[in-house]
Design a protein around this ligand. Structure first.
Ligand code: WQD
Length: 337
């Protein structure tokens, strides 16, 4: 018997791909989203991919009256909490907004869950809770430090959930620390579709490939890495969605709370990512070396072994598959597909 799961922020990049993975595994999901960073046609596209309409509640996760109505209308077996602000640079400019949405939003959600007797929660966290790591690959017991308001909010949420579970053992929480999600669903109907100018590498390369930006700025080629450009652990969004399914089913089976990295354990440089995207597009893409970006670190690569041992999760899609799927999505969107 499949579970019924609430996905907050479920019309967004990771949430929409997770709904597809849940439905493929026999579960169902209800979406709550304010559509501040998601296109209005995503639910229809999800219906086309999965063959069934999607129940959507439009609203803000901080709206306690809405949450009470939502939990009265559905009997949820679990919640996956995606709804948050997530741009590191923007968080430096708007720390109070990030704390309000990310921390107050989590507290409102958890209190609504408790009132409804729902205690299984998968929480979307991030590798930025490691700050500038001392060594890599980074294990989950590495030092945690916030170097941006965004990372502060995610660390605060993780600690709040740890304290809630310590006070009440009914809480079963899966904390997932994403490394760098990229790519799109194989249908090219859903993908990374930022509603503001992209900060992240792969969507920015997509804009260059579409001719909307003159060139990719490579933020520094003097890093202590093999080719001098930043090294990251990119994970295909469809693998990431699979990781959420494994975490959810671990909780549903009563196997308990967990904190795991979701990454591949492999580092890819900016220039290597650009080359893979060029292979997907079939032509060279203009780029220039630019100064380092404030707040960047040289290397962020996961130790993925705990997710493998605990959840049986291993990311398997390649960098070329990530870029090919990303390009298929953005070029389809650009032609109104
Ligand atoms: C990747 C690499 C840049 C853009 C961020 C957040 C993280 C997570 C994922 C939320 C770096 C380089 C980038 C460009 C470039 N989001 N780059 N030119 O910074 O590793 O992680 O997004 O959870 O929290 O911190 O991702 O894609 O911005 O950068 O050279 O135009 O590409 O320097 O080396 P990042 P990114």
């Amino acid at each position: 018997m499949g579970a019924t799961v609430l996905l907050t922020g479920g019309a967004g990049y990771i949430g929409s791909h997770t709904l597809v993975a849940l439905r493929a595994a026999g579960h169902d999901a209800v979406l709550l989203d304010d559509f501040s960073n998601a296109r209005g046609d995503v639910p229809d596209r999800l219906a086309r991919i999965t063959g069934a309409p999607v129940t959507v509640w439009r609203g803000d996760v901080r709206d306690r009256a809405l949450l009470a109505r939502l939990f009265a209308a559905h009997r949820f077996d679990a919640v996956i909490h995606f709804a948050a602000l997530k741009a590191v640079g923007e968080s430096v400019e708007r720390p109070l907004d990030y704390i309000d949405v990310n921390v107050t939003g989590l507290v409102a959600l958890a209190q609504a869950m408790r009132a409804a007797g729902v205690f299984r929660l998968v929480f979307s966290s991030t590798a930025t809770v490691y700050g500038t790591p001392e060594a890599w690959p980074i294990p989950e017991d590495a030092a945690l430090r916030h170097e941006s308001p965004y990372a502060f909010t995610k660390l605060t949420c993780e600690e709040a959930l740890r304290q809630a579970a310590a006070a009440d053992p009914r809480w079963q929480v899966g904390i997932l620390r994403y490394f760098n999600p990229v790519g799109a669903h194989e249908s090219a109907l859903i993908g990374e579709d930022p509603q503001q100018p992209p900060n992240n590498l792969v969507p920015y390369i997509g804009e260059v490939a579409l001719g909307r930006r003159p060139a990719l700025r490579v933020f520094g080629n003097d890093w202590p890495t093999p080719d001098g450009t930043g090294l990251r652990d990119y994970i295909h969004v469809e693998d990431l969605a699979e990781g959420h399914l494994r975490s959810l089913e671990h909780l549903l089976a009563g196997r308990g709370g967990h904190v795991v990295n979701l990454g591949t354990g492999q580092g890819t440089s900016v220039l290597e990512m650009l080359a893979a995207y060029e292979r997907a597009v079939g032509r060279a893409l203009p780029h220039e070396i630019a100064p380092r970006r404030p707040g960047d670190v040289a290397v962020l690569v996961a130790d993925p072994s705990r997710a493998a041992a605990l959840l049986g999760f291993r990311a398997r899609r390649t960098i070329d598959a990530m870029c090919a799927s990303a390009w298929a999505f953005v070029s389809r969107r650009a032609t109104g597909g």
